[in-house]
Structure formats: C-alpha cells, structure tokens
Design a binder for this molecule. Structure first.
Ligand SMILES: Nc1nc2c(c(=O)[nH]1)N[C@H]1C(S)=C(S)[C@@H](COP(=O)(O)OP(=O)(O)OC[C@H]3O[C@@H](n4cnc5c(N)ncnc54)[C@H](O)[C@@H]3O)O[C@H]1N2
Ligand code: MOO
Length: 387
C-alpha cells in the first residue's frame, strides 16, 4: 500500500504532456501556450498622440506662458487612423486626435485644454516640455520581444495581447480525450426503466462533469457488465482516448474483474491500493503511454479519487507546469484558496494504519452531490482540510 504523495508522484511521472494544436485565440482561453510568442512588429507601429490637441515643434513654444501665449498657424489635421501628410515647421501646428499619427517635424503634443483656436490659428498658453503627449513607436512592445512564453496559461489579458499582435491562431497543448465507463451488473442508465435491484450509474455523469470542469473532453462509453470479454471489448474502444477511467469492480468481490481485464489488455500496473479512505482500492497503470485509472465504484470514492489523481494528470497532459495546481479556486472539492490540493490530509504517518473501526465521519461538503449523500469517512487521526 502506498500513500497519497507516492501515488500522485507515480501518476505524474507516468503521464505524458500532450502535443500541440493551433486554435483560434478565443478557444485558447484557459489552455496552455505551447510555443513562445514574440512581437512581430513594434507596438505602436509609429509615434502616436496620447491626447487630443496640437502637434507642434517644441521650439515654437519658447517663452510661452498663460500671460504670454504664442500663436501657431494650423496647417492640417491628424485624426486617428489617417496620416496627415503635412510636415510641421516652426510656428506651425497640426490639429491631432488621440491615437493619431504624429506628423513629420512635430516632437510634442500640447493638449486641447491648454490652447484656444481662432480662425486658422491656435493660441498655446503652456509649455508642457519636449516629447509631451506622444506615445513613441515600440512603447508597448518592441519587435522580437518575447511577449508570452510556452507554459503560460491563456487568460483574457493574453488573448488581448495576441490580438494586438494580429495573431488569430495560437499553438496550445492538446485537450485530452478521457474515456469514461462504469462497470457493474447492478447499474442502469436513464434510458432504462428504474428497478429496485438496479442503481443509477451516476458516476458516469459526475466523472464527465469533472472532466469538463478541468478542461478536457469526455468520451462516455456507458455501462459494461461484469464479464471479462465485455470489459475487454469496451476497453479496446477506450484506447482511442488519451486517458481511461473506469469506476467499480476494483475491490475483491467475485465479480470485481477490472484488474484482470486491465492485465489482459497489457496494462503495466503502477499501483493498486492506496493508504486513503475513501479511495483505497484505486488502480493506476499505463497501456502504452496512456494513463489508465480504475476507480472504486462507491460514488464518493470515485469523485474524490478523480480530484486527487486524475485532475493533476489531466492538467499535466494539457501542459500545466505544476500538475497539482488548480487554475481556479474550488474550495468545496478539497482545494484551498491557494488552489493547491490538500493532499497532506490523507498522507500516511509512521505507525498509522487505515483502520475503518477508528474512522470518524467528516462531511466533505457540497462536492458530494445529493445522490452521494453519504459522508466521507476518514481515519480519526487524518485531518480533512476544508478551508
Ligand atoms: N473484502 C473487501 N471488500 C471491499 C474492500 C476491501 O478492501 N476488501 N474495499 C471496499 C471499498 S473501500 C470500496 S470503495 C469498495 C469498492 O468496490 P468496487 O470498486 O469493486 O465497486 P463496486 O463494488 O462495483 O461498487 C461499489 C458501490 O458503488 C456503486 N456503484 C458502482 N458503480 C457506480 C456508478 N457508476 N454510479 C453509481 N454508483 C455506482 C455500487 O452499486 C456499489 O454500491 O469495495 C469495498 N469492499
Ligand atoms: O474507497 Mo472505499 O470508498 O475506501 O471507502
């Protein structure tokens, strides 16, 4: 039996980072950049005005004050989005709008509020200093500058940055496809009539939701009966996915076959019992380089095992640098405000055993849905941290 840290270590070590694909930038939201992004040109591409006012030569303002204004001749206009064409000389000004290209010859923009315009002339009543009011070429970004790095998580700010560099597509790590199936003759799905000896396969839906929540794509393969041949057939189907999750059939009952099925499919078993409750009979291995998880059928164990083991694995596959990092705060499912899993709560300490008789009842909160109304039991000396 291994503890939680050891289990997570083995999982992350055996989990590959998926390759990259090019997607429209909006679809890159919350995904991980796969290549560095450099600015392909200066931003802004030329000197532009930061103000509405007049583009002038600073030398034209010598000796100016409110009591001694200067009068400059207006020779043109530079609205945003259109070059002016004129060259500003001494004693001249070009009417300019915020974002307008600074015309040749001008080195300063005096703001509208410090001026008054009258019949083709502008009266300037202040000296703002040379260079005032101009956002120089390359002020925000210099051509060739690395703006975003491989491994960065794309948020709205990054999407804005990509768009401002005229990038419509971007390379991100692929989203894993996750095959999900439930094992158990006692299970039924929505399309089947309810029956007293059948249980609804709620794990399928809970797991699919957990997969979506982490940003991966579920491939729901439904229920499979407790028969080796049937399980092998559906697992062959599941090999299309990047990661496989089954629920049920992991313990020692006569019809708990999933170990045998995995073994017959050539799975390299990397662990099969964990020092944790719930979640003790959790299996993990690989078929090829594909992570395969056999989660216990008990719904609370299934969901918690997903959080502790599969979420970090999926984050790693999607290129997140720290597989244990949760990109958003989800305290209800056992993550602290810092977004890190509270794995210490389940860590084995020397001399402690997983003794069910000493277990105390600890409600783990909202993440256990109404149909999973049972409380989660953990051995007394194990603290469940729910910050
Ligand atoms: N002799 C032992 N018996 C058990 C052990 C053990 O160590 N020795 N471990 C216990 C623990 S802990 C757990 S957890 C369960 C895990 O058993 P399985 O993984 O084999 O799960 P099942 O028996 O198939 O199902 C358990 C329970 O959960 C319900 N279930 C199953 N699948 C679903 C689903 N998709 N949706 C909703 N509910 C589901 C199922 O009907 C059972 O009630 O083993 C203990 N036994
Ligand atoms: O996983 Mo079982 O639910 O350890 O209790």
């Amino acid at each position: 039996m291994i503890d939680l840290h050891e289990a997570q270590g083995r999982i992350l070590q055996a989990t590959p980072v998926l390759g990259r694909e090019s997607v429209p930038i909006i679809e890159a939201l919350r995904r991980v950049l796969a290549l560095d992004i450099a600015a392909i040109e200066d931003l802004p591409a030329s000197d532009v005005s930061a103000l509405d006012g007049y583009a002038i030569r600073h030398t034209s303002l010598q000796g100016v004050s409110r009591r001694h204004p200067v009068h400059l001749r207006i020779i043109g206009e530079a609205p945003a989005g259109k070059p002016c064409g004129a060259t500003v000389g001494d004693g001249e000004a070009v009417r300019i709008m915020t974002g307008g290209l600074v015309p040749e010859g001008a080195d300063t923009v005096i703001k509208l509020e410090a001026t008054a315009e009258d019949s083709g002339n502008v009266m300037c009543m202040a000296n703002p200093g040379q260079g005032y009011g101009i956002r120089p070429k390359g002020d925000s970004l210099k051509k060739g500058q690395i703006v975003l790095r491989a491994g960065d998580v794309i948020g709205p700010l990054e999407i804005g940055a990509l768009a401002s560099m005229r990038r419509a597509y971007v390379y991100v790590h692929r989203k894993p496809t996750v095959a999900i199936l439930s094992t158990g003759d006692e299970l039924s799905d929505f399309h089947e009539p309810a029956s007293p000896w059948k249980a609804m396969c709620s794990n399928l839906y809970a797991l699919a939701a957990q997969v979506v929540e982490v940003g991966a794509t579920p491939l729901c393969l439904g229920i499979v009966e407790d028969k080796l041949r049937s399980q092998q057939d559906i697992l062959t189907e599941a090999l299309r996915a990047d990661l496989i999750v089954t629920s049920g059939g992991t313990s020692r009952g006569k019809y708990d076959l999933i170990r045998e099925t995995f073994a017959s499919m050539g799975m390299e078993m990397r662990f099969s019992t964990i020092f944790a409750k719930p979640g003790k009979p959790t299996l993990f291995g690989t078929i090829g380089n594909r992570p395969v998880f056999g989660l216990p059928g008990n719904p609370s164990a299934t969901m918690l095992s997903f959080e502790q083991f599969i979420r970090p694995a999926l984050l790693k596959m999607m290129g997140h640098r720290n597989g244990l990092y949760i990109p958003y705060n989800n305290a209800a499912s056992g993550h602290g405000n810092d977004g890190l899993l509270n794995i210490d709560s389940f860590k084995k300490r020397p001399g402690e055993e997983n003794d069910h008789r000493r277990a105390s009842q600890v409600p783990l909160g909202r993440q256990l849905d109404h149909h999973v109304s049972k409380t989660v039991t953990v051995p007394k000396r194990f603290k469940v941290v729910a910050r």
